[in-house]
Design a protein around this ligand. Structure first.
Ligand SMILES: Cc1cc2nc3c(=O)[nH]c(=O)nc-3n(C[C@H](O)[C@H](O)[C@H](O)COP(=O)(O)OP(=O)(O)OC[C@H]3O[C@@H](n4cnc5c(N)ncnc54)[C@H](O)[C@@H]3O)c2cc1C
Length: 408
């Protein structure tokens, strides 16, 4: 690219002529599709973001291609919105001011594994990263219910922190993100390697500080997780069972979702196993904990519905994670389009009472979904992802931090 091109500001529409070797998407329908993420979970965001669209999309395949685009855009002050898999559900990869979408899904090489460390380009899908790591009997330390298209870069940059993860419990854990390679957005972009806590300064920044090109992750030994579906007649029992499991030291490695009736019956993959009034507890745990788990299940009045060892599942087959976290919301929203999902946290010591109060006050307006996990410190976390009947924006609960109405 000649320097004269950099000196003259250009419009976004002129970029394909300026950089013809790059993979540009200009078809209006495809550009509109790639200008949107899973914000459609929220009727409010769906309305507010409906007309936000980029002028075009570019899919760079190399660092040099990214550098060329960034340089011209910085010089011409063309807004850049970075996109990984576009599975964020708060509109984080929606271009608010036009410009271009920098789609990194093609910038996806797996670099290496060394000891308990792995490194890859940001556009690699989490599933593909695990495919490579498992050849060395390792895996990513987070067990998340992300959409299969979620990328490593999007995961690191989005507002989610995978707190519910099994091994290290969160992206924030010191052993989790070891380093990142970042490109600055300026006329002459710079490449900067950040290590440890310096790298974490860009965590959850939604691509507003720089373009994360590579991420180095502390990996965990691969576990052939046992995936279990259980059911309960009484909701209290389901919740007590899940809380006891998480608090038991021996049984602490797991991911647990408690789905109050009628959620299980509304999810296509579960519906044939659950009656309308039955509650589900979905679990992912270490196989050696099976016997202890069985005892606790019986004492809480629960029953097995199904169990599978995750190593027997083909990577492309959906596993239990595809029914947990926001995947639960995804499944239920397919049949109940007027619902929306709210994220909240309960106070662990009184969560049962808090949840019961909400159910008493809102009755049929709320379908309760909680996920319970334990921090390495032993602190019990009870996260709520209830599905609530949407009526008006004014009825949505406001965020305790900023006062804004919850929108998903
Ligand atoms: C059904 C479903 C289930 C989900 N379950 C979970 C879950 O269990 N745990 C969880 O944590 N999240 C979950 N999510 C949320 C979402 O999948 C995650 O936030 C995901 O990691 C986002 O990855 P992505 O590649 O799709 O990022 P995108 O949505 O494309 O981007 C997210 C943000 O990061 C920025 N960004 C992307 N790549 C880069 C980069 N290389 N450099 C700088 N900025 C960048 C984007 O601009 C945007 O602001 C779920 C979402 C859905 C739809």
């Amino acid at each position: 690219m000649s320097t004269s091109l950099l000196d003259n500001p250009v419009l976004a529409q002129e970029l394909p002529d300026l950089l013809p070797m790059l993979d540009w998407i200009t078809d209006p329908e495809r550009v509109a599709r790639l200008s949107y993420d899973h914000a459609r979970f929220s009727p409010i965001l769906k309305r507010d973001l409906a007309n936000k669209k980029a002028a075009l999309v570019v899919r760079p395949r190399s660092t040099d291609e990214i550098r060329q685009v960034v340089s011209v855009c910085a010089n011409s002050r063309i807004p850049i919105t970075i996109r990984g898999g576009g599975t964020g559900n708060t509109g984080q990869s929606v271009p608010l001011h036009g410009g271009i979408i920098l789609d990194l899904s093609g910038y996806n090489a797996f670099c290496w594994t060394r000891g308990l460390t792995g490194r890859a380009q940001a556009g690699i899908r989490l599933e593909d990263f695990n495919f490579h790591a498992r050849k060395k009997l390792l895996e990513l330390p987070w067990v998340t219910a992300n959409h299969p298209n979620a990328t490593l870069g999007g995961f690191f940059n989005s507002h989610h922190g995978a707190e519910e993860s099994i091994h290290f419990n969160a992206v924030q854990a010191a052993e989790s993100i070891l380093g990142i390679l970042v490109m600055t957005v300026e006329k002459t972009p710079q490449l900067i390697e950040l290590r440890g806590h310096e790298a974490m300064r860009l965590h959850k920044m939604c691509g507003t500080v720089g373009i994360v090109l590579e991420i180095e992750v502390g990996l965990a030994p691969f576990v052939p997780w046992l995936e279990c579906i259980t059911k309960f007649e009484a909701y209290d029992q389901a919740l007590i069972f899940a809380s006891s499991l998480t608090q038991s030291k021996e049984l602490s490695q797991q991911r647990i979702a408690v789905l109050a009736a009628p959620i299980p019956n509304l999810m296509m993959p579960l519906t044939h196993n659950f009656k309308d009034h039955e509650h589900a507890v979905l679990l992912i745990l270490s196989p050696h904990l099976k016997d202890k788990f069985q005892q606790l299940l019986s004492s809480c009045g629960g029953q097995w519905v199904d169990r599978k060892q995750s190593e027997t599942l083909h990577p492309s087959q959906s596993n239990l994670l595809s029914l947990m976290g926001h995947q639960t919301s995804n499944q239920v929203l397919k049949v109940h389009k007027s619902l929306l999902c709210i994220e909240c946290h309960f106070k662990a010591s009184i969560h049962l009472k808090q949840i019961k109060n909400i159910q008493r006050d809102l009755q049929d307006e709320v379908f309760m979904h909680t996920e319970i996990f334990c921090k390495p410190s032993g602190e019990l976390i009870v996260m709520g992802l209830p599905l609530v009947q949407f009526s008006t924006e004014a009825r949505q609960p406001a965020c305790v931090h900023c006062g804004r109405r919850q929108t998903k």
